[in-house]
Design a protein around this ligand. Structure first.
Ligand SMILES: *Cc1c(COP(=O)(O)O)cnc(C)c1O
Length: 215
């Protein structure tokens, strides 16, 4: 089942969009099943859980931390994480840079942008984003790379609303990607809205329940 679910989603999103299989709360047996079907990129939202799964599963898996990350937990994932999706402050970025340096790595990060009209979603607005990118502190960091943006649309049935939120994010992304080759990832879309996200220019979708079943 899991393999078939992945195939179907991959067909829909096309070859230019990457699929992150969001495996949070799911047992390693199910991740192994997805791995056996060829999936190599997995998304988790809790540090402890990602560390435990990383220890148990094959080492060629790319682990993406997709949820809100606390600075004091960065050290646990700094040795192996491939992409951190939800960076929303300069302070967090500084910690990631410091831990990456300790491990002699460069860690790829996405900045999370606030696009939904819900209080519960984290992220930067455009002013904060620009302030971060223009800060001296950021310019002095050599062990992180900001490779794109991530956002979550409002949880609603209203497709037009979702579409317009994704469109806003895409237009912000375009401004920054212009002339910047390392800026190549736009992470938007989950089970309920990835089709709209892809239509609006997503390059990476984070899909959980459609692959592994409801949580
Ligand atoms: C859980 C989660 C997803 C996946 O959600 P589904 O609805 O199961 O596809 C995507 N992105 C983030 C940030 C998440 O926390």
């Amino acid at each position: 089942m899991i393999g078939a679910n992945i195939e179907k989603i991959k067909e829909q999103i096309g070859q230019n969009v990457q699929l992150v299989a969001v495996s949070k709360t799911k047992p390693v047996e199910l991740l192994q099943e997805a791995y056996n079907a060829g999936q190599r990129v997995f998304g988790e939202n809790k540090v402890q859980e990602m560390v435990a799964k990383h220890e148990e599963l094959p080492k060629d898996i790319e682990w993406h931390l997709i949820g809100h990350l606390q600075s004091n937990k960065v050290k646990y994932i700094a040795t192996f994480v491939s992409l951190i999706h939800a960076v929303d402050s300069l302070k967090l970025l500084e910690t990631i840079n410091k831990e990456a340096l300790k491990n002699n790595r460069v860690i790829d990060c996405l900045l999370q942008i606030y696009i939904a009209d819900e209080d519960t979603k984290f992220g930067l607005d455009e002013t904060e984003l620009n302030a971060l990118l223009e800060s001296e502190t950021y310019k002095q960091m050599h062990n992180i790379r900001i490779v794109g943006l991530m956002g979550m649309a409002t949880n609603t049935e209203d497709e037009n609303k979702i579409r317009s939120e994704f469109r806003k994010l895409k237009s912000l992304y375009n401004k920054l990607a212009n002339g910047n080759k390392q800026f190549a990832i736009l992470s938007m879309g989950m089970s309920s809205d990835y089709k709209i996200a892809v239509e609006e220019g997503s390059t990476m979708v984070r899909v959980g329940s459609l692959i592994f079943g409801n949580r």
